[in-house]
Design a protein around this ligand. Sequence first.
Ligand code: GLA
Length: 761
Amino acid sequence: MLDPRTSSNGAGGPATDHGAPADLITVSSDQVFTLGNEHFGYVFRVAKAGVLEHLHYGPPLLDPASANQHHLHAGRPLSVEHRGIPDYSLRDLPQEYPTFGSSDFRSPALHGINGDGNSIFQLEYVSHEIVDGKPDLPGLPSARGDGSQTLRVTLRDALQKLEVTLSYTVYRDHGVLCRSGTIKNFGEKAVLLTDVFSSALDLPAADYEVLHLHGSWAAEFSEQRVPLPQGKFSIESSWGTSGAFHNPFVALLSPHTTEASGPVYATTLLYSGNFRIGAETSEFGSVRLLCGINPFNFQWRLEPGETFQTPEALHVYTSQGLREMSRSWHHFVRDRVSPLAFRHQPRPTYLNTWEATYFDLTQDRVLALADKARDVGVDMLVLDDGWFRGRQDDRSSLGDWEADADRFPDGIISLARQVRDKGLKFGLWFEPEAVSRRSQLYEQHPDWILHVPGREPSLGRNQLLLDLSRPEVVDHLIEVLDGYLASGVIDYVKWDMNRCMTEVGSAGWPNHRQLEVPHRYQLGLYRLLATLTRRHPNVLFENCASGGNRFDLGMLHYMAQGWISDLSEPIGRLDIIHGASYLYPLDTTAAYIGPSPNHQNGRDSSIGTRFRAGFFCAARGISLAEDDLARNAATLKTLMAEAKSTAAAMVGGDFYRIIKDPNEYCWQYSSAGGDQVFVAFFRVLSRVSEPFRRAHLVGLDAQAWYEHLETGQRYRGESLMHSGLPLPFGKMGSTGDDHGRLVPKRDFLSVLYTLRRVDGP
Ligand code: GLA
């Protein structure tokens, strides 16, 4: 329940029931708003004509009033004076929620066509309130608000009778600032919104670089860091999912920012559909960062009395480099975004049938695999694609979520019971949003797909997408999935989504609302996920979309973990895990030991390397056929025992990127509390005359002693951090194994070291 504490021009009060200190948000008598905590400060004020002028985002300021003097309101040639106020132009004024057409020519946060048919909106400050906690965003996932305060500032366009309420949430113990907006039409005419961003951030002129994560199928999360150009740089999706092509994440950095130091302004969007994060460098070098729903191909008709809610944008500022940025994201995602039920839960090890059997599945085969899975010590059998009526390949049956009677004569619930009777958990694959042309569901409801009249729908992987903008479609899916989950014998659901949206249109909405359908689809999807996860909080959901084609915080709000990529080959996957770790805690990721040669890129790799590349993912498993399982039974048993014994450590700890060059990766993971430290090192190609490499570990207790379990050697924390942990050295003819310092020279080298805090030397 929210508790309005102060309204118009009120300032902070005493500590609150929620334990949020009173000074997370203060407002001075001259209308300067100061937000922040020990991690950051954020300041803006009400300037002339009621414009919200941004003053500061960066380190916390002892004296926020000093930020009030930053911007010079100097007349410049070519400038236009906003509303005739002398020397006052919005052309280069840093703003909180800019509009277009009244002296500011940069991209606006809000744009559209008003009831008079023009696109001029002018927003003026009206009032504000500060509440403890954080209101939920109606219909959308959002971060939980415990330990926070929220400032809501209301702006109004009096002529167009449009009201914008900007929300800013600051947490006592996180460096994340949450922003969102609500747009309300209180006039008599409809307004067509075309651009309605969740946040705008106007940063001062400086040299910026941009770090972002791009990719493709089986190549997600490739990092790129480039100087921010003059003009516009944006990453976006118009595919209907957040997409593998650009993960919704941008960090603006200074050219000297490293893992360990330097300023970072990072942004993400808690949303799973079409998004844009754009940075525009103005003629004077200042940068406007806009984050929200992609305006391309988007329109929202706001009728009188209606409200539009933007998704939530999240921002992190740190002066301490990328490592600290990731730490902020990781802690926040774990504490405030991911489902609570799994926050501290070790994830079960599993055997997934996909790369083991593909569609070649029968009840007997699954039960035999379950026996093998149990023999090598995994906790859960996951029945992937291919179990439902007529599904022999990817050309049919999506939508008909009933067991194939020929191959699963006892049905899925009975199979689940039999698997559970063997002492395993049972997981099941669904692709709820999709439908095959060859399916009963499509025959019964041909208009339940996304489509536009008169055009042949394009097929992706031979399938179509259900129209989740229609409430009856969502209700149908709730009923079907709830039927399975209510049985109480499904422990895990792999929720897949294997195509993008084309011919996006809906038979459920009138013509003038067709461009609303992609966003309405997301609202339908979120209702579906919210209902199922509320009813079945203890079912572990894994998010998948052909791997990482929809890996974002919107999905991770409902699902504790995700399949970040279909590339199961370990060397190629290193970049994917490394890139994902900038934003996502590896608690949210899964990995398995797949076949070799690998089915996606044909590369051979040792079973140890396959295991180690995925070691830091919380959910570890296997996807191997019977003969492979038999051949490698002893090794798999050892590896799964290792996965099991470290499963608890793999949630809630800190992951650090220690080394990355194109040929070498070193990662560190310290368990919560820091008693166990794991270090993985990978060298892609062997080299001659290699250096003696060391990993400079981070975040250890400098005074404490750590025992290297593989070598028996003991080190002081300070020595591991400042002098470094010796890494393996490749030597021709060496017979040392992977854990020794001296290892045979070869490609695809991988080692995993465990350090345990001990009492003394
Ligand atoms: C997608 C997923 C895979 C697998 C298949 C099944 O490609 O990413 O993991 O589940 O679908 O069809």
